[in-house]
Write a protein that binds this ligand. Structure first.
Ligand SMILES: [Zn+2]
Length: 138
């Protein structure tokens, strides 16, 4: 049995357990329960998520989540608001490089390893923390 099959079996088992536990448990509820079980056993957002058992994941930092509102509070890619690749943002609050405050650029991607956004400003890519970026209102 491959690891992939094993993970699928665990997910299915957890779902079946949830559905057998209470009358009228629908598939959504059972699935949510299975996700919680898998997170406890394997760690949140680990490999089981790619084993064919899908749930929502953050398009910016890539972490899986059950509740988008909850994730927003902990997402390393979110500043004052949730930020997404392609967003136009303004730099603010920099103390070491104050000359960059007020610059506007387009978000390229979030680099998890550095916990920073790549922002293209005046044809150059630079790294910024989400807490120093705010969306430009259109
Ligand atoms: Zn995120």
């Amino acid at each position: 049995m491959t690891a992939r099959n094993l993970l699928s079996s665990i997910a299915e088992g957890a779902m079946r357990g949830a559905m057998a536990g209470a009358d009228g448990t629908d598939e959504e509820t059972a699935k949510a329960f299975a996700v919680k079980v898998l997170d406890q056993v394997l760690g949140a957002g680990s490999a089981w998520a790619s084993s064919g058992f899908t749930r929502a994941s953050c398009p910016s930092c890539g972490e899986g989540y059950d509740s988008e509102a909850w994730h927003l509070a902990v997402c390393p890619a979110a500043g004052r608001q949730m930020l997404r690749p392609g967003d136009e943002v303004r730099v603010f609050g920099l103390e070491k490089l104050p000359q960059l405050n007020g610059k506007v650029g387009q978000l390229q991607r979030f680099v998890n390893a550095k916990q920073r956004w790549v922002l293209r400003v005046e044809e150059k890519d630079m790294l910024f923390k989400a807490s120093n970026l705010e969306k430009v209102k259109d």
